[in-house]
Design a binder for this molecule. Structure first.
Ligand code: SAM
Ligand code: SF4
Length: 332
């Protein structure tokens, strides 16, 4: 019998779920959250068991890939056990994680052992002081050790994520590519998105388009476009000088990728977001708590919520807040 599938009103198949397992984080990145971030009280947050139940329902409905994110997923107690249980769900092809890397030095081997298939690690700069400035609390050395630990643990195709901001870190684009190629890592450059109100810089002034970043990379490397896809919004290039590294560009502003969107996001409050740039959502926590043990009811709610998925986000170049949620709530 064929596996059931989740399909939205525009015939897009949804087979990828991103789960924010916590809104908390040990960093306070300037583009992601304010310095004095108010975190959610415990009772509003899904328990690990609830996260597992929702993930299982999605996989039984045909989801093939799950990415755990946050906040910082590795600050949530019990995260390794959750990974172990999720990775064993029959039908799930990939369990991935996006992390700031701060805890990877100690946790990379356990995550690998627990069945996590791939890691994305955020790295916006290779300068110690600038790293502290951009993350407000982070220690670059710890993150670099975390990246080495991920490679040593056996993770393949680890990808660095870098948000590029004009005047803040755009002068490091080539150094970051060199760092990635020297270690056989992939790297993606991300345009900053207007999620949550931030005070540190004007998002209009620091906006650096993917085309601008690519030109900077092309000053040092001969780039060839490639057709590899990770089923995501990245468009990939390869440097002739370092063909093992994929250089990706995630361009929510300049190259809208909504037409091929295959993903939905679960917030740590149990809200299913049908689109990163819109507020359309379904309250899966309420459904789960009102119907304990009824996975059929939960699945019915998930199927119904596909009808809420909008066609596209519409991020504008402005400092006005278009989406009130911060990225750590959304699960970037
Ligand atoms: N804490 C983990 C980390 O930093 O990798 C996972 C969560 S974080 C929200 C996921 C990704 O979103 C990171 O790569 C981060 O750089 C990116 N991000 C956060 N705020 C963003 C924004 N406003 N625009 C674009 N990317 C953003
Ligand atoms: Fe934390 Fe990641 Fe947001 Fe930085 S981007 S504050 S590491 S959740």
């Amino acid at each position: 019998m064929n596996k059931p599938v989740l399909v939205d009103r525009f015939s897009r198949k949804v087979d990828y779920l991103r789960i924010s397992v916590t809104d908390r984080c040990d960093f306070r990145c300037v583009y992601c959250m304010p310095e004095k971030m108010q975190f959610l009280p415990r009772q509003r947050v899904l328990t690990l068991e609830e996260i597992y139940e929702i993930a299982r329902a999605f996989v039984e409905l045909g989801v093939r890939k799950i990415r755990l994110t946050g906040g910082e997923p590795l600050v949530r107690n019990g995260i390794v056990d959750l990974c172990r249980r999720l990775s064993r769900l029959p039908g799930l092809d990939e369990l991935c994680m996006t992390s700031n890397g701060s805890q990877l030095e100690k946790l990379a081997p356990s995550l690998f052992d627990a069945g996590v298939s791939r890691l994305n690690i955020s790295l916006d700069t290779l300068q110690v002081d600038r790293f502290r400035e951009l993350t407000r609390t982070g220690d670059l050395h710890k993150v670099l050790s975390g990246i080495e630990a991920a490679v040593a643990a056996g993770f393949k195709r680890t990808k660095l994520n870098c948000v590029v901001m004009k005047g803040r870190n755009d002068d490091e684009v080539v150094s970051l590519v060199r760092f990635a190629t020297a270690r056989g890592l992939d790297i993606s450059f991300i345009e900053e998105m207007p999620l949550g109100s931030i005070q540190e810089h004007s998002r209009v002034e620091t906006f650096c388009s993917s085309d601008e970043v690519r030109k900077l990379v092309a000053e040092a490397f001969n780039l060839l476009p490639i057709t590899d896809t990770t089923n995501g919004p990245s468009r990939y290039w390869r440097a002739v000088q370092a063909p093992d590294t994929r250089i990706g560009f995630i361009s929510p502003h300049s190259h809208n990728f909504c037409g091929t969107c295959n993903r939905v996001r679960l917030t740590v409050e149990g809200r299913l977001l049908l689109c990163l740039g819109n507020e359309h959502s379904a309250d899966l926590k309420a459904t789960l708590r009102a119907n304990p043990g009824r996975s059929d009811v939960l699945k019915g709610k998930i199927i119904e919520s596909m009808g809420l998925k909008p066609w596209a986000h519409n991020f504008q170049h402005t400092d006005d807040v278009q989406v009130i949620r911060f990225m750590n709530m959304t699960g970037g």
